[in-house]
Design a protein around this ligand. Structure first.
Ligand code: ADP
Ligand code: MG
Length: 627
C-alpha cells in the first residue's frame, strides 16, 4: 500500500484510542476537568456501563459560551500556554485533547454557564461533527453528556468487559478521585441508582469510610502530617484548584495506611496521588510494601491512600497517554519520604499484634514475668520489636562478641547439649531462651511438632532454620570470623556489564560475609569461595541471582536501618535454610530444635514470620471441655 494521509475523521478516532480506552477513561477525563474547574460537587451518571450514557455535572467555574467550540478543539486548553508552564503545573489536564478525543468516538453535549453569566450555552459534537452553539438555561457550572460511546468503533467494543465490570471501573475511578479530594462532594448514579457518595467535608477519613467501609476505615492510621481536622479548603477564587500546596522542595507525604492487623490479599488497595493526580507507580507501591517489611506475611498487602505533594518542577506529568504515570526528578527522595512516613505510622500502631487472630499464640518466654507454667498462650506478643531482625537487644546492652556469652546462662533446665549457638551472644541481658522441647515428629514435611513445658509447639522448619543460621552468621560476622567454604571447582558467573559493576562495587562487603570473587574475563566473575552455609549451592544460575540480590540490596537494607552486611546475611540465611517440603530424619528434627533452643530471637524468622505456634495445656483443656 502506498503511504497516504489518513482522512481526518479516521485519524481522530485513532488518536482518541490513546486517551479513551473504555468508559472509565471518559469518566476520568471529565472528572479531572470538573476538578480543574474548582467544582465542589461532582455528579456522575452512568447507563449501560457508561456505553449508553456518561454524564458529569459540576458546579465549577463554567465555560464562557464563546469558548465552547474551542473546548472541543484538539490542543485547545485554558490550562497551559507555554512549555514553561509545566514547571508550575497546577491542573490535572494540560493537553487540551480530552474533549476532542471523546467527541471523536461518541456524541458529546456540553452545557455550561460561568457563575457570572446570566445565561448559559450548549453545543453538541457527534462523532467529530460540530453542531451549532445555542443559548441555554443552566445552573452555574458545566454538564458534559456523552452518549453511545464507541458506537462507531466496534473494534473497541469487543475489548470491553461486561456492563457490570465497566460500571465498576467507572465507580472505582471516582472513588480514587474522591480519596484525593475529600473537600469535594462526589455522587455516582448508575442505572438510576446512587452507588457511591461522599460528604465533601474535607476529611479523608470520611471518604475512607465511603470507599472501604467502616470496618476497614477503623483500621487506618493517618500519616504524620495528615491534618484531617482542617475544615474543607476555602472556596477557590478561580479555577484551577486541583493541586495541594507543594511549595516545599521536599516531598510532603500525607494520607492513611492500614494497621498490620488489617490487610488484603492483593495489591489493589494502594492508591497514590502526586499533587492529587491519581497515578500508578511501581516506586510508590514498593515504598509502601517495604515499609511493612516483616510486619505483614508474604501474600498479604496493606491498604494505603497516599498523596505526595511536591514542587511541580520536580515532576514530569506528561509521560503517559492517560496521564496515569509521572516521572520524578528525585525518585529516591520520594521513595524514601513515602517509605519513612509509612513505616513511622505503622510502627506506631504495632502494639496491635499481627497474630491476634491466630488460633494459637506465639510463645514468648522472654519476659521473666510470665511463669513457664502459666497460660501465657492467651497473650500473643509478636510486636514489631519482637519481629526485629536482630532480636531484642536493647541499644547499649550489646556486648563485644563472645564476651556476653558466659553472662548469658541458659535458663535452668535448659540443656543445650553442646549445641550452643554462637548467636547466644546476642541475647539480651536477663533474656530467656526457648526451653528444652521434646520432638514428637514432622507434619506435612514442613512442621516439627514438639512438646515443651506448657503444651505443644509447632515449629516451621524453614523459618526456624533461617533464624538459627542467621544468628550464627551474625555472631561470626561480628567477630570477623565468617566461615567460608573454598570451592574445589570455582564457579564462573556470566553477567551483563551493569550487573558486573554492581557486584564489583560490593566485592569487599561480599568478602566480609564469606564470598571470594574475582574477575574472570569479559563480564564474567569467578566465585572461589562461599559462605559455608551455602557450600552445597554452587549452581551458577541461582548463585548469579543471589549475588545480584545481595549486591543490589543497599537501598532495602538502609530502609530497614540495617547495614548492608546484616541485610545480606539474612538473605543468605534464607537461601541456605531447610525448605518446607523437605523430609527430616528424627535426628535432624531434634538437631534443628536444639539449635533453635539456643537462638535468642527464636520467635520469628528474619522476615518476621513466626517460627512457631503454641497450643498451651490450658487451651487444650478448654478445647476438650475439661474446664
Ligand atoms: P484540558 O483539560 O487538557 O485543558 P480538555 O479537552 O479536557 O483539555 O478541555 C478543554 C478545555 O475545556 C479546558 O482547558 C477547559 O478550559 C474547558 N473545560 C472542559 N471541561 C470543563 C469543565 N467541566 N468546567 C470548566 N471548563 C471546562
Ligand atoms: Mg481535561
Amino acid at each position: 500500500m502506498p503511504i497516504r494521509q489518513l482522512a481526518p475523521d479516521v485519524a481522530a478516532k485513532i488518536a482518541a484510542g490513546e486517551v479513551v480506552e473504555r468508559p472509565a477513561s471518559v469518566v476520568k477525563e471529565l472528572v479531572e476537568n470538573a476538578l480543574d474547574a474548582g467544582a465542589r460537587h461532582i455528579r456522575v451518571e452512568l447507563a449501560n456501563g457508561g456505553l449508553g450514557l456518561i454524564r458529569v455535572s459540576d458546579d465549577g467555574c463554567g465555560i464562557p459560551s464563546e469558548e465552547l467550540p474551542l473546548a472541543f478543539a484538539r490542543h485547545a486548553t485554558s490550562k497551559v500556554q507555554a512549555l514553561g508552564d509545566f514547571e508550575r503545573l497546577a491542573t490535572l489536564g494540560f493537553r487540551g485533547e480530552a474533549l476532542a478525543s471523546i467527541a471523536a468516538v461518541a456524541g458529546v453535549t456540553l452545557l455550561s454557564r460561568p457563575r457570572a453569566a446570566t445565561l448559559g450555552a450548549q453545543m453538541a459534537v457527534v462523532e467529530g461533527e460540530a453542531g451549532s452553539l445555542a443559548p441555554a438555561g443552566a445552573p452555574a457550572g458545566t454538564t458534559v453528556t456523552v452518549r453511545d460511546l464507541f458506537a462507531s468503533v466496534p473494534g473497541r467494543l469487543k475489548f470491553l468487559k461486561t456492563r457490570g465490570t465497566e460500571t465498576g471501573r467507572c465507580v472505582q475511578l471516582v472513588e480514587q478521585y474522591a480519596l484525593a479530594f475529600p473537600e469535594v462532594r462526589f455522587t455516582v448514579v448508575s442505572e438510576g441508582r446512587q452507588v457511591f457518595t461522599t460528604p465533601g467535608d474535607g476529611k479523608l477519613a470520611s471518604v475512607l469510610v465511603a470507599v472501604y467501609g467502616l470496618a476497614v476505615a477503623e483500621h487506618m492510621v493517618p500519616l504524620d502530617g495528615t491534618d484531617d481536622t482542617a475544615a474543607a479548603q476555602p472556596e477557590p477564587e478561580h479555577a484551577p484548584a486541583a493541586v495541594a500546596s507543594a511549595s516545599a522542595t521536599r516531598p510532603q507525604v500525607s494520607g492513611y495506611v492500614s494497621r498490620p492487623s488489617c490487610y488484603k490479599s492483593t495489591r489493589g488497595y494502594l492508591s497514590f496521588f502526586v499533587n492529587r493526580r491519581w497515578v500508578q507507580s511501581r516506586t510508590l507501591n514498593f515504598a509502601v510494601e517495604e515499609a511493612y517489611h516483616s510486619l505483614l506475611l508474604t501474600g498479604r498487602h496493606p491498604i494505603a491512600v497516599i498523596n505526595v505533594a511536591l514542587d511541580p518542577a520536580q515532576l514530569d506529568a506528561n509521560v503517559h497517554p492517560a496521564k496515569t504515570e509521572v516521572r520524578f526528578l528525585y525518585e529516591r527522595q520520594v521513595f524514601a519520604a513515602v517509605q519513612r512516613a509509612v513505616r513511622a505510622a505503622v510502627l506506631a500502631t504495632a502494639e496491635a499484634p499481627e497474630v491476634s487472630s491466630r488460633a494459637f499464640a506465639i510463645p514468648d518466654w522472654s519476659s521473666p514475668a510470665v511463669p513457664a507454667s502459666g497460660d501465657g498462650g492467651d497473650v500473643p506478643r509478636a510486636s514489631a520489636g519482637d519481629a526485629s531482625l536482630w532480636g531484642r537487644t536493647p541499644p547499649g546492652t550489646e556486648g563485644q562478641p563472645g564476651e556476653a556469652a558466659g553472662a548469658d546462662a541458659p535458663v535452668a533446665g535448659s540443656d543445650a547439649g553442646g549445641f550452643a549457638v554462637p548467636g547466644a551472644a546476642d541475647a539480651p541481658v536477663g533474656g530467656r531462651k526457648l526451653p528444652v522441647m521434646r520432638v514428637l515428629g514432622q507434619v506435612s514435611q514442613s512442621y516439627i511438632i514438639t512438646e515443651g513445658p506448657d503444651g505443644v509447639y509447632m515449629v516451621d522448619q524453614h523459618a526456624a532454620h533461617e533464624r538459627v543460621l542467621l544468628e550464627r552468621m551474625i555472631a561470626e560476622w561480628r567477630s570477623r570470623a565468617v566461615s567460608s567454604q573454598l570451592l574445589l571447582q570455582p564457579v564462573p558467573v556470566e553477567l551483563a556489564p551493569a550487573e558486573r559493576e554492581t557486584i564489583e562495587e560490593h566485592l569487599d562487603a561480599l568478602a566480609q560475609i564469606g564470598f571470594a570473587i574475582e574477575p574472570f574475563g569479559g563480564d564474567a566473575l569467578l566465585v572461589r569461595a562461599l559462605p559455608a552455609v551455602l557450600a552445597a549451592q554452587t549452581r551458577p544460575q541461582p548463585l548469579r541471582e543471589l549475588l545480584l540480590e545481595l549486591a543490589g540490596g543497599d537501598a532495602e537494607a538502609a530502609s530497614h536501618g540495617e547495614t548492608w552486611e546484616e541485610h545480606a546475611l539474612a538473605n543468605v540465611a534464607c537461601k541456605a535454610a531447610i525448605k518446607a517440603g523437605q523430609t527430616l530424619s528424627p535426628e535432624e528434627q531434634r538437631e534443628l530444635i536444639r539449635q533453635l533452643e539456643g537462638a535468642s530471637a527464636y520467635q520469628s524468622c528474619c522476615h518476621g514470620r513466626p517460627t512457631m505456634v503454641h497450643l498451651s495445656l490450658s487451651a487444650l483443656e478448654r478445647q476438650f471441655d475439661r474446664r
